[in-house]
Design a protein around this ligand. Structure first.
Ligand code: ATP
Length: 215
């Protein structure tokens, strides 16, 4: 059985954009990840509701990753009606994949800085490694000394640890900085401004065809 590191990538993806895709491609190359499973969430507990519905966000992800063998889509959270906590999902994935399979959960630096506010964050790290992509405008150190100590206790010193241990490490990847957010894309589209350099062409075509994110 192949026990090389598998990674999941959660988010709202409203819409998916190059800031999601390009840093993760670089991360995958750096870490030796063969598969990244994009897992859009349905009712993110800590955020306002997405503008595009579940089916539309799923279709845009499919359009973005078509022909790209690195990515797969896992729409289990979209199927649920209840909020899906990352901790619950990671525990389910751990049960599915077995105790020894190395698992990763990919987040941007902004998410790392608030990670300790996440529901059962320690249980998440007990289930998987955190693979962190850089994001422009976000500090590379944690907001306070206690959180920084926590980070340093868990930092992966060697990529091999991510493949030899099932969970518990945090890897800060030196990924390219892309100053893109879904919020800015939605604002630009509302104002009728182009976003061709921010989202893949098939995603832009879907947005235009379905008239998404207009006022
Ligand atoms: P919004 O602007 O609606 O808050 P977003 O662009 O931050 O959305 P999400 O779907 O909320 O996108 O993010 C999913 C994950 O992708 C998060 O872990 C986030 O940190 C990461 N991410 C999003 N954009 C970038 C980026 N430009 N660079 C690095 N990571 C990113």
């Amino acid at each position: 059985m192949d026990k090389s590191l598998l990674a999941w990538y959660g988010g709202t993806f409203d819409p998916i954009h190059f800031g999601h895709i390009k840093p993760v491609e670089a991360l995958a190359q750096r870490v030796g990840l063969k598969k990244v499973v994009i897992m859009p969430n349905n009712v993110p507990p800590h955020r306002p509701q997405p503008k595009a519905n579940s089916a539309q966000r799923k279709a845009m992800i499919e359009a973005a990753i078509q022909g790209n063998p690195l990515f797969e889509l896992d729409d289990r959270e979209l199927q649920r009606e209840m909020p899906s906590w990352t901790a619950d999902t990671m525990e389910t994935l751990r049960a599915e994949q077995g105790a020894t399979q190395p698992l990763g959960f990919i987040i941007g630096q902004d998410s790392l800085l608030t990670f300790q506010t996440w529901h059962r964050y320690a249980d998440i790290l007990a289930c998987c490694h955190l693979l962190v992509c850089r994001r422009p405008g976000y500090a590379l150190t944690m907001p306070d000394a206690r959180q920084q100590r926590w980070l340093e206790q868990h930092l992966a010193t060697d990529i091999a640890e991510l493949h030899s241990q099932p969970a518990g490490k945090i890897f800060l990847a030196e990924t390219p900085l892309l100053n893109i957010s879904a919020t800015v894309i939605r604002q630009r589209l509302e104002q009728g401004q182009p976003c061709d350099d921010l989202v893949p062409a098939p995603v832009m075509a879907y947005i235009t065809h379905h008239g998404l994110y207009r006022q």
